[in-house]
Write a protein that binds this ligand. Structure first.
Ligand SMILES: C[S@@+](CC[C@H](N)C(=O)[O-])C[C@H]1O[C@@H](n2cnc3c(N)ncnc32)[C@H](O)[C@@H]1O
Length: 298
């Protein structure tokens, strides 16, 4: 067995030096307009070699077959296929989701909203009750799985309209205890009316007219149903407001992600109905408006 600090060598076949290949791949991705070329080049190499990015420091050479597989993945990434479709997984808070064609790739910014839902659910646990949490528009199941994992006492329900996305969610939520349903959030969970503590949702929110400005990874690979929501991008948020008002118990809370330019218009959807108190908007560390929260009036 080799010392931990020794590089791993793949014996038998003529080898390719890793460092140059990584650099070349990153340069190719940069020229293709990929946002994080070094990171993506390393993630893909780690995927091909069955290791982690940290594990790459132990690798000096790859076999011809590995080099060929790597080049093929880098070419697909340069064509702006999402990194997570190529590796088959997306990390989200403390969980890994299986993702691929037909499902929205969960984004790091949504971890904030999921963290808010976790805190709200935990606050109910702290009062000695079992929190009831509903994730509308669950996609891969990222938010629902995070709440179920981080607040094991919670009763978590999730709904998804898209057929392929629902199948991905079923795979990700298997064994988690989450009650996953297939259908339109507008009519979802009539059995839970007036009983829910936390409604959380990352709905579609891009205005149709913004189509051209959406990054190719999203526009060409995320399902349309996951992205666009009418001329002003707020059609789904209006549905979320109505559904949350129906599902929540008095004093229950709702949280919904929105576009950074909707920091006033999205909370206004809630504030304008007169049904909510404590309507407020939340920013990320970069100061961008990310999600709104509101409490159903008692
Ligand atoms: C922006 S994605 C968010 C997915 C996931 N919650 C996440 O944060 O990664 C929105 C999701 O809502 C689903 N969706 C859109 N309209 C819906 C509706 N009326 N009822 C249920 N799901 C819907 C889409 O199919 C998509 O999976």
């Amino acid at each position: 067995m080799s010392e931990p600090s020794e590089p791993v060598r793949h014996a038998g076949e003529s080898a390719y030096l890793v460092t140059g290949r990584r650099r070349g791949a990153a340069e190719r991705l940069r020229r293709a307009g990929v946002d994080s070329p070094e990171f993506d080049a390393d993630e893909l190499l780690a995927h091909v070699l069955g290791t982690s990015r940290a594990g790459l420091v132990l690798v000096e050479e790859v076999t011809p077959a590995q080099a060929e597989a790597y080049d093929a993945l880098v070419a697909r990434r340069a064509d702006r296929e999402p990194l997570q479709h190529l590796t088959g997984t997306a990390a989200f808070r403390y969980v890994e989701l299986a993702v691929g064609p037909g499902v929205f790739v969960p984004r790091p910014e949504t971890e904030l909203l999921a963290g808010w839902a976790v805190e709200q659910a935990q606050a109910v646990v702290d009062t000695g009750r079992v929190p009831v949490v509903v994730d509308l528009c669950t996609g891969s199941g990222a938010i629902a799985l995070s709440v179920a994992t981080e607040v094991p006492a919670a009763e978590v329900h999730a709904v998804e309209l898209g057929e392929p996305a629902h199948a991905w969610a079923a795979r990700n939520l298997a064994g988690s205890g989450v009650d996953l349903r297939h259908g339109d959030m507008a009519a979802a969970f009539p059995d839970l009316d007036g009983t829910v503590d936390v409604v959380v949702c990352n709905p579609p929110y891009i205005p149709l007219e913004a189509y051209e400005s959406v990054a190719p990874e999203a526009r060409d690979h995320d399902p349309e149903l996951a992205l666009f929501s009418g001329q002003d991008g707020l059609v789904a948020v209006r549905v979320v407001e109505r559904v949350a008002a129906r599902l929540l118990r008095p004093g229950g809370v709702a949280g919904a992600e929105h576009a950074d330019v909707q920091g006033e218009s999205a909370p206004a959807v809630f504030a304008g109905t007169g049904r909510w108190s404590d309507v407020r908007d939340h920013r990320d560390l970069a100061g961008r408006s990310r999600f709104l929260t509101a409490r159903l009036a008692r």
